[in-house]
Design a protein around this ligand. Structure first.
Ligand code: SAH
Length: 483
């Protein structure tokens, strides 16, 4: 037989307190904590204490709460809809609880569950939306942990969005028949253009979008979010990226984005890998652009997930242009780019006072011609250089920079799989860099950072690049091949 769900001994309700008196008896920390919690509501606080702390007095002055500076008396509870016994003194709290019961007012006594008619929840406040978390005494730490998790999931704009929804309820009920049409309106309202406009702080635009939804019979228009997934570690995803992933109908992702991040989407979301990794079957950029436009026209909410930051070597420029041309709405959500993750893994200051005050993001794939690109000149004048996709051109990069006048002794840091548990770090000089190309043992993505600021990194957990260089030199010598 299936086990019955355990019963709740405290049942959550939302109590009307607008303009009502809530009495808090006590003058110390316990009373202040309850007063702070209740101040998130529009109740009129009545604080009773003949010995209020300085903090509590400041709170009273700040919020305009009613203050009864007297020894407690049952008469102080008259007319209140809730009472908190928060004096920190057991005998007094017991008396307050007894008086409240006699008067028929629900009471909460701080840290004395046996005296409580009700418990106060941990609260996620997006007024008018509230999420109350109760644990029936399993512990405030658990409740706070859940609170912060839920808090992270919900956009700060949820409150204003719910308020806007309330103002549309009458109209929706009048204009749309109950059932599918009305349900679709609300799902487009909370998941589509009105919600996005509120999030962007454009309230009047949100209002117009909601009116548009109400009056048109068209399906909601689609939206593409170009989202940075960060360098690989799941918890380097931004909260916004996480939220959009959970809302997306379709997730279009590159091969470099780990499965664990793609899996954060809804279980019923469609997942479309579009490859883009050497040796993998992958779609061309033009095919990806077309796919995104088609999904947008089909009214889908799409997350286009790219590794790192979408605007750094992510071909986002082409995707945005295609979406703009096709009139499909989109937004960009930044991510932690690989250079930053690699620098963090190496404790490497990308700018270093007196040493380096500028930084270059490059691929090194533009070094083939005769003239040096501008970034090489910047490197020579002291910029820190982050080389993306640089493994296969390591020798070219090192050779051309040395030729152009950068010292062969310039420090170099290399990170494979930055931010991930299987990361590997290497350090050396520009002269050692070419050895990277021959290394078949590096199968993950590799970031190379060049410049004097690299000398400020922590090399405790890195291997010297030179060790490998010597090995390959020795091997070559043994084979009688000149390098
Ligand atoms: N948009 C991405 C870059 C895409 S280009 C970003 O902002 O990070 C792909 C290159 O990024 C790889 O060849 C590699 O040089 C670098 N890269 C991506 N993830 C990496 C990681 N976890 N560790 C090291 N390099 C990484």
């Amino acid at each position: 037989m299936p086990q019955a769900t355990p019963k709740l001994n405290a049942f959550p309700v939302f109590m009307r307190v607008e303009g009502e008196a809530v009495a808090i008896v006590g003058g110390g920390e316990e009373a202040l904590a309850k007063a702070r919690l209740l101040a998130q509501s529009s109740a009129v606080l009545r604080i009773v204490s003949d010995a209020a702390s300085a903090d509590l007095l400041a709170f009273i002055a700040e919020t305009g709460a009613t203050y009864i500076a007297d020894a407690y008396d049952a008469a102080h509870l008259a007319g209140a809809v809730m009472v908190f016994a928060a004096s920190g003194n057991e005998a007094l709290d017991r008396r307050v609880a007894g008086d409240a019961r006699r008067l028929g007012i629900p009471v909460n006594a701080v840290d004395r569950p046996e005296l409580c008619d009700f418990f106060t929840p941990a609260l996620v406040n997006r007024a008018p939306v509230a999420i109350a978390i109760g644990t029936e005494g399993a512990g405030p730490v658990l409740a706070q942990m859940l609170r912060s998790r839920i808090d992270r999931m919900l956009a700060p704009s949820l409150g204003p969005l719910a308020a806007l929804a309330a103002s549309f309820r009458g109209a929706a009920e009048k204009l749309l028949p109950k059932g599918n049409a009305r349900r679709r309106f609300w799902s487009d309202f909370f998941g589509g253009a009105p919600a996005r406009a509120v999030e962007a702080g454009e309230l009047s635009q949100a209002h117009d979008a909601a009116v548009g939804l109400l009056l048109s019979n068209e399906p909601a228009s689609g939206h593409i979010a170009l989202v940075g997934a960060g360098p690989g570690a799941e918890d380097l995803l931004t909260l916004r990226a996480h939220r959009l992933l959970m809302e997306a109908d379709v997730i279009v992702h590159d091969a470099l984005v780990p499965e664990a991040i793609v899996a954060m989407g809804r279980r019923d979301a469609e997942r479309l890998p579009v490859g883009k990794r050497k040796g993998c079957h992958s779609k061309s950029q033009a095919e990806i652009n077309t796919l995104l436009v088609e999904l947008g026209h089909a009214g889908k909410r799409v997350v286009r997930l790219k590794s790192g930051d979408p605007l750094v070597f992510g071909r986002a420029g082409e995707e945005m242009a295609a979406l703009r041309d096709a009139g499909v709405a989109y937004e960009v959500v930044p991510g932690v780019t690989a250079a930053f993750a690699a620098a963090a893994d190496f404790e490497l200051p990308l700018t270093l006072r007196g040493v380096s005050s500028s930084m270059v993001f490059t691929t090194g794939h533009d070094l083939k011609g005769n003239s040096l690109p501008d970034w090489a000149k910047l490197a020579i004048s002291g910029a820190t250089v982050a080389v993306y996709m640089g493994r296969s051109v390591a020798a070219e990069v090192a050779g051309r920079l040395i030729e152009a006048g950068l010292s062969p002794d310039t420090a170099v840091a290399v990170v494979e799989n930055a931010s991930l548990a299987n990361r590997r770090r290497f350090h050396g000089t520009l002269a050692d860099l070419p050895s990277l190309e021959a290394r078949a043992d590096l199968s993950g993505p590799v970031m190379t950072i060049i410049g004097d600021a690299v000398a400020g990194a922590n090399f405790e957990r890195s291997e010297p690049l030179a060790a490998h260089r010597q090995e390959s030199v020795a091997r070559a010598a043994a084979q009688g091949v000149s390098q």
